[in-house]
Design a protein around this ligand. Structure first.
Ligand code: MN9
Length: 289
């Protein structure tokens, strides 16, 4: 049986920073704002959360802050991938202790690992926790492109509950979806949410959901209600914002958009740089949703 609690629209939560680390007050404000907008859950500490720019202690602090402010209102998926298996396992144990609903991880980072190593990594993660493990497949960033057969092999590991699929190979998504009707699949490219849903995704996880949750929910709800005209129109509206943030840098732009809409979550960490004036002026012209 599919885990319904994991389905739906989950912002890939941006991490609010202050001088000393995670800005707990801004984190609470952001999670409240998203909960009020009606999202189903949060994906914490992933690429959009700048996980690669945080220490493991900060990542634990972030998840603890999220659990505290969410207080059971939303599903929480904790991204626990690090550059080492030991580090990922430690974060997975921590996530389970904190009460997260699932853990997730990108494929092992940096070195060009072989499939044997990638599969073993997920076996270790699945054995370490009783929570469902969600594979995060994002070949454009990890450089690891897995075939349909390889992804199916990983999805066959007991305890692997599904996959976040950030790729435009919707043929692959449809084939895997059909082969694993009881697992949960998420579309990962916000600009193609509707295409992912059409290929069988149970929901989506994305960075721009932080700044346009209602618009994204409108795409999802219209699709589920079989109202394709509205779904297409809402996706087209969402894509106006997504095209602008892709032009200036997704994460710095999303943080700036939150600031322009009254919620200061700080800057992205370096090597990201603050946006220049031209970018800020262009973002100001976007319609607030
Ligand atoms: O998978 C996100 N991808 C990255 C999730 O963070 C690399 C997406 O939400 C994109 O940021 C978004 C814009 O291309 O679709």
């Amino acid at each position: 049986m599919k885990n319904q609690k994991l389905c739906g629209i989950l912002p890939a939560l941006l991490t609010p920073f202050c001088e000393s680390g995670v800005n707990r007050a801004a984190l609470c404000a952001l999670t409240n704002r998203l909960a009020d907008a009606g999202v189903h859950g949060l994906y914490v500490g992933g690429s959009s959360g700048e996980m690669i720019l945080m220490t493991e202690d900060e990542r634990k602090d972030l998840l603890e802050g999220v659990m505290e402010s969410v207080g059971g209102r939303l599903t929480v998926i904790a991204h626990v991938g690090t550059t080492s298996t030991a580090g990922s396992l430690a974060l997975a144990r921590h996530a389970e202790k904190c009460g997260a609903d699932a853990v997730s991880s990108v494929t092992p980072l940096y070195y060009k690992y072989g499939f044997r190593e990638v599969k073993h990594y997920y076996e270790r993660l699945a054995a370490e926790t009783s929570l469902p493990v969600i594979i995060y497949n994002i070949p454009a960033l990890t450089g690891t492109t897995l075939t349909t057969e390889q992804l199916s092999e990983i999805l066959s590991i007991p305890n692997v509950g599904g996959m976040k699929f950030t790729s435009s190979d919707f043929f692959q998504l449809e084939r895997i979806r059909a082969a694993f009707p009881d697992k949960v699949f998420y579309n990962g490219s916000d600009e193609m949410l509707l295409s992912g849903l059409a290929a069988g995704a149970d929901g989506g996880i994305g960075s721009t959901y932080n700044v346009q949750p209602k618009r994204i929910l409108a795409v999802y709800n219209a699709y589920r209600a079989n109202d394709m005209k509205t779904a297409l129109a809402q996706q087209a509206k969402a894509n106006e914002l997504i095209a602008a943030v892709l032009k200036f840098g997704v994460l710095p732009s999303c943080k700036m958009l939150l600031k322009l809409r009254g919620l200061d979550v700080g800057q992205c960490r370096e090597p990201f740089l603050p946006l220049d004036d031209e970018a800020v002026e262009a973002l100001k012209k976007l319609e607030a949703e």
